[in-house]
Structures are given as C-alpha cells and as structure tokens.
Design a protein around this ligand. Structure first.
Ligand code: ZN
Ligand code: ZN
Length: 266
C-alpha cells in the first residue's frame, strides 16, 4: 500500500547527486561529516551505505536501539542493517549535561558545531527520537532556516496562530469549520494517526508555532508541497530566503491550494 501511494520524485541517491554536481558548491559525499536523520521512517533515511565510512550517522534519542539491528539481521526491521554497518552512530540525548546542550525557544537543543551556526532540536511525538534542525544562514541581521521534518505534514497545522494571525486578504474561515474569529487558530488540528505519542506531538507543534511566527525564521516541513516550485532546491542555496521573500510568498499558499481544491470539488 505504501508503495502504491508514494511518489519518489528523485530516485537518485544523495551521494550520487553530490558526486555528480557540477555547480560551484563542490560538495562531495566524502566531505560529509554526518548524515542527520530527523527520524528513521523510510522516506527520510535514503541509503547511508552509499556514503563513505567516515560519514557518521546522527540520530535522536532512542532511535538506535529501536531501529537497529536492521534487516536482514532482524527480519522484522523497517531499516536496513547496512545503514549503520561500519559507521559511527551518534545518538543525541538532549540531556542538559550533554556537551553543547542549549535551549532554543521552548526546545531542548544541541549546538552541533559549538559556534551557534547549527542546532538540533528535540521534537518528539511524530515518532520516537524525531528531531528538527535550525540553521543560522545570515548574521547581523540573523536569519534562520528551520527544518521541521515530519513534526506535522501540512502548514495548515501550524498556521494561523495568535502570534501569526491569518492576513485578512487570505482569510481561510470558510476552509474549516471554525468561526471567522478563528483567524488565530490553525486551519487543521494535528492528526493522531501520524504520531507515536499524540500529546507530545501536539507540544512539539506548539513549540514550532512560536518559531514560525518569527520573521527571522523560515519554517520548512518535509512534506509541504506548497514549497515545490516556489523556493530554490539544491544545488541552489536559500541563505538569502529573506531577501527573496520566501516566507512572505509561501506562508499562506496553502490557503489558496485549499480554496482551489474546494472549488474543483464543487
Ligand atoms: Zn515520518
Ligand atoms: Zn515523511
């Protein structure tokens, strides 16, 4: 069933994409210090075995023992054992005593490089050990990209909020069964179907809403289809997302998509 409903847009290995890239970035698979998994679901893992053994695998709390040993050592496993064979697996604990432990907004976090350029954030709920990342892409003024993984699967779960009300010109009240005063309530409520711990997942979403309201943070959800065609993808960079207006241009696109879907279903 999963195979029938899943479309893989780019069937190439990440390592192949890096090694055949002809852009000026010049990043090769051998340069990659670590692969960071937001979580270990099949659509987020890729094939780590195509990277050299020098590339570490970084995962969130509890992932290592709940997903490996993998197949075929454990025939019931959903991950391959080759993902970790011959590779150092670093499991982030988010313990306050862990080197680099910090707090970002309402998140327990880890300052990955120790220089404030890249943070891992504890975002459980969708699955055991689900983590997100926050990259500082400019300084003076600071701006960030938040990589939300599968914390939720639709931007309408995050928006609007009391911090980020729906702008009147894209009022979505008719998109949901909520009243028009609900311009500060998200269009959708997180579905419990896609969580391993619903209450924790709701708390994670609430924490992300705080970041999402900042004009200095561009929030990306892994499955947000409204970003496709509206932001640049690798090998382009999005360090200048603010200058390009990505947040302003994409934040409420989902309302338009929902309106169009409603129109076409009439
Ligand atoms: Zn997932
Ligand atoms: Zn996913």
């Amino acid at each position: 069933m999963v195979k029938k409903q899943t479309t893989i847009l780019n069937p190439r290995n990440i390592s192949d994409i890096l090694d055949s890239d002809t852009s000026s970035l010049g990043v090769r698979s051998a340069d990659i210090e670590a692969i960071i998994l937001s979580h270990a679901h099949f659509d987020h893992v890729g094939d780590p075995s195509t990277f050299p053994p020098s590339t570490n695998l970084v995962v969130g709390p509890g992932i290592r023992d709940s997903h490996w040993p993998g197949y075929p050592i454990n025939p019931a496993a959903i991950n391959l054992d080759s993902d970790i064979q011959g590779r150092h697996v670093r499991e982030i604990t988010f313990d306050k005593t862990e080197m680099g432990a910090v707090t970002i907004g309402s998140f327990d976090a880890l300052d990955y490089f120790g220089d404030g350029s890249f943070y891992l954030l504890n975002c459980p709920g969708h699955s055991v050990g689900h983590i997100c990342a926050l990259a500082r892409v400019t300084v003076s003024p600071d701006s960030f990209v938040f990589m939300g993984g599968d914390s939720c699967h639709h931007p309408g779960v995050l928006r609007p909020t009391k911090y980020l009300p729906c702008p009147s010109q894209s009022c979505h009240s008719r998109l949901s069964d909520r009243s028009c005063e609900s311009k500060s309530e998200s269009v959708f409520t997180l579905s419990p179907v896609l969580t391993s711990d619903y209450d924790t997942a709701l708390k994670t979403v609430d924490n992300i809403k705080e970041l999402d309201a900042s004009d200095d943070v561009f929030v990306i959800l892994a499955h947000d289809s409204t970003l496709r065609g509206n932001v640049d993808f690798y090998p382009s960079t999005i360090n200048d997302w603010k200058a390009k207006g990505y947040d302003m241009n994409t934040r409420w696109l989902f309302c338009k998509e929902l309106e169009n879907a409603q129109e076409s279903s009439k």
